[in-house]
Design a protein around this ligand. Structure first.
Ligand code: PGA
Length: 263
């Protein structure tokens, strides 16, 4: 039996003061006895305060990214060792924004040079997290043009193979996957629940092929991309969707608590 999981990805939103206020409101709204696992991924700076605030709740604190080396001359980067000190439980890796594959650019520059996460770097990040017993949340998903070209399955299969190469089945028990179609992120164009289910089932099948059926059946697979309280219940009721990775809607504590309750 897979426990439902709802993850809030705040991205580059909320100062520390705003983060504290949002979490205080969220905790008041969400059911303390809920059997749903909840992770909030704030900006790095807010992690220590949120860890203290959430210490006696069932809500965990995650991070939005990590660098794979433990320490060294890597200006601006944060390692798994540093996150571990603050009891970070989950870390997002391979998000389409950090892959440099924004579905829709708001700035004319190519973002690839700023982020440039690849299958190989994602694989290094996952290994660094597993070494520290933290759970990676690995995002996979196709762009609109890849979908139109009929490449959805091939793109996702390659992303999974590259990210999970060299891992053994036992290491996957702590790992979470998220199907995030790039065209659905931040656009309001949520993937139809039947199609999201079809792709999540495909992802489970690929993991079964790459590792084994048991690990695939235990793996939590989330859907992400314009999840809101008005569509979350239907998405989360699909047999292969075990919860959601929520961006924009997780910034509103009332809306986020409704999404958690729908799981
Ligand atoms: P969104 O973002 O919910 O704002 O579409 C999801 C994500 O980027 O994980």
């Amino acid at each position: 039996m897979r426990t439902r999981l709802v993850v809030g990805n705040w991205k580059m939103n909320n100062t520390v003061t705003e983060s504290v206020a949002a979490v205080e409101t969220f905790v008041q709204h969400v059911d303390a006895k809920s059997s749903v696992d909840v992770v909030i991924c704030p900006p790095y700076l807010a992690i220590p305060r949120l860890r203290d605030l959430l210490r006696n709740t069932h809500i965990k604190v995650g991070a939005q990214d990590v660098f794979w080396a433990e320490s060294g001359a890597f200006t601006g980067k944060v390692s798994a060792k540093m996150l571990d000190e603050f009891c970070v439980s989950h870390v997002i890796v391979g998000h389409s924004e950090t892959r440099g594959r924004f579905g829709k650019l708001e700035t004319p520059e190519n973002t690839l040079g700023y982020f440039a996460e690849s299958g190989a770097t994602i694989n290094l990040k996952i290994s660094a997290l597993l070494y520290r017993a933290m759970s990676p949340i690995l995002c996979v998903g196709e762009t609109a043009s890849e979908r139109e070209a009929g490449q959805t399955e091939a793109v996702i299969r390659t992303q999974l193979e590259e990210a999970l190469t060299g891992l053994d089945a036992a290491e996957l028990y702590g790992t979470v996957l998220a199907y995030e179609p790039v065209w659905a992120i931040g656009t309001g164009n949520t993937c139809d629940s039947a199609e999201a289910q079809r792709v999540c089932k495909f992802i489970r099948g690929v993991v079964g092929e790459l590792f084994d059926e048991h690990v695939a059946s235990e793996l939590r697979i989330l859907y992400g991309g314009s999840v809101k309280s008005s569509n979350s219940r239907e998405l989360f009721s699909q047999p292969d969707i075990d919860g959601g990775l929520v961006g924009g809607a997780s910034l509103d504590p009332t809306e986020f608590s409704l999404i958690v309750m729908s799981a």
